[in-house]
Structures are given as structure tokens and as C-alpha cells.
Ligand binder design. Structure first.
Ligand SMILES: O=C(O)CCC(=O)C(=O)O
Length: 256
């Protein structure tokens, strides 16, 4: 099923997110994980991975791709299963705003404090919150290894003020306190290959990964073409015409 179901659309509208389990098959997610562990370990050694800290000094590794080319990772971002979901939900033609891997390694992956993605994307020349992200779990993700948490329905608050704190862009604490009073916080536990689709104004965070298990997630974010940025602030996010590829095309592509 490429299009979102009625129930998924309803959840997206009321809660700001929905979960689709087994979005990638077992063989796809096993291949994706195997490839990513090897490629990104090599990228880390070659200084092609960002290292982000949290207030306790735990580190998260972050790999970002600025475009989605004809290669393994580009084909994942352009896979019709992701693109059609984004198009149908946003009701517009879309392009890939960014795609990245957050790598929370055992006993070290840092916490990520409450924020809306549009909290900072807006500063990069975006007027409207017509973006969404699809988070695909490469590993089982649960409370123990610091899974994502969301404030249900908080996307309806619109964009809130964000500040820089400990190297992260986070929601202003006074507003967070009130948002937490009004919206319930949920842990989003996911199996490997599951996908979480969420609105760019949904408040979310994650704990540090203090467990002995990896918690890696791939996040592809899509913007409506009509909302392309009016200025260039970052190397990513600029409009590039996107050519969708068939489901699982990345499995046929072995080189980087
Ligand atoms: O993977 C995580 O723990 C959080 C990632 C996140 O919130 C983000 O990249 O905006």
C-alpha cells in the first residue's frame, strides 16, 4: 500500500504522526543496516560524519547527504514508498529536503532535547510548515536504547520559539513546560524496519543510548515544492527535481 490509509491520515492530522510497522521488509532492513554500518564507519574514519554532543557529553554521530543521487542512499530517499506517502500527506509535489542517519552507538549515543524540526528549518528560508519526516528504524528502538519521544498533538501549536543550548536548537523552556502540561508525551517504540511519519512541527526528543545495543535511524524529510527556500543558509534543503524510483530499487544497487 503506497498511499496512507484513512486511519493513518486521521492520526497524522490529530496526533502529528503515525507508525507503519514493517515498512521495509526483513531482507531490506538487514541489507540497509549491514551497508550503513560499514559505509558510515568508513566515513567516520575519513571525517565525513558530524559528531554532536549533549549536555552530559554523550556523542551522537550524524551523517547527512545534501542530495539524493543514483546510489544506495539516494534510492532509499527516492523510493516510491516514502515519496508517495509524503506527496499524499502534504497534498503537493515534493522534493527531498534532507536525508540523514542518526547513529546512537551503545553506551554513548547522546540525548536530543525537545524541538520541532521546523523550529530551525524556518530559519533556513522556509515560510510554511509543509514538510514531514519519515524515520526508519535500522535497529529495534525502545526506552532502553533511547527511542524517540513525541508530544502528541503538539504540531497543532504551530512553530514555537527555539533557542541554542548545549550545541542544540531546542524549544524555549518556559513554553516547553506548558506544552508538556497540555500534550501527553509518548515513547515511540519501533521494530527494525518500522517507519514513523511525523509533522515538522511535532515536538520530539530522545534520551541518550546507555544500553548495550545500537539505535540507528534513517530520517528522510520532504518539503512541498511550492515551499522551496527563498534563501541559501545551509548546504541542504534546496530544491532539486526528484525522480522517484520503484520500491526496493536500492537493493539492486551495491556501490555507493
Ligand atoms: O534520532 C534521534 O534520537 C533524534 C533525531 C532528531 O530528533 C532529529 O534529527 O531531529
Amino acid at each position: 500500500m503506497l498511499k496512507p490509509s484513512k486511519s493513518e491520515l486521521g492520526q497524522y492530522q490529530s496526533k502529528g504522526y503515525f507508525l507503519r510497522s514493517k515498512f521495509f521488509s526483513q531482507s531490506e532492513i538487514s541489507e540497509f543496516r549491514l551497508r550503513a554500518r560499514g559505509d558510515l564507519d568508513r566515513d567516520l574514519k575519513n571525517n565525513k560524519v558530524m559528531i554532536k554532543g549533549d549536555k552530559e557529553g554523550n556523542q551522537t554521530l550524524l551523517k547527512m547527504w545534501n542530495s539524493a543521487e543514483d546510489n544506495f542512499y539516494g534510492f532509499i530517499a527516492r523510493d516510491e514508498r516514502l515519496v508517495v506517502l509524503a506527496q499524499e500527506i502534504l497534498g503537493d509535489d515534493v522534493y527531498i529536503y534532507s536525508h540523514k542517519m542518526t547513529m546512537k552507538n551503545p553506551g554513548e549515543g547522546g540525548a536530543c532535547e525537545w524541538h520541532q524540526d521546523f523550529g530551525y528549518w524556518h530559519n533556513y528560508g522556509l515560510l510554511a510548515p509543509t514538510l514531514l519526516s519519515i524515520y526508519i528504524a535500522l535497529d529495534e528502538s525502545n526506552r532502553e536504547n533511547g527511542c524517540l519521544q513525541v508530544l502528541t498533538g503538539s504540531h497543532n501549536l504551530g512553530r514555537l520559539n527555539h533557542i541554542r543550548e548545549n550545541d542544540q536548537t531546542v524549544i524555549d523552556g518556559e513554553y516547553l513546560e506548558e506544552a508538556v502540561n497540555r500534550h501527553s508525551a509518548e515513547y515511540v517504540e519501533m521494530g527494525e524496519g518500522d517507519a514513523l511519519v511525523f509533522h515538522c512541527n511535532l515536538l520530539h526528543r530522545s534520551d541518550a543510548n546507555l544500553s548495550q545495543k545500537h539505535r540507528w535511524g534513517y530520517i528522510a524529510s520532504y518539503n512541498a515544492v511550492s515551499n522551496k527556500p527563498f534563501k541559501k543558509v545551509r548546504d541542504y534543503g534546496h530544491f532539486q527535481k526528484m525522480h522517484m524510483v520503484k520500491s526496493g530499487q536500492f537493493m539492486e544497487h551495491s556501490e555507493l
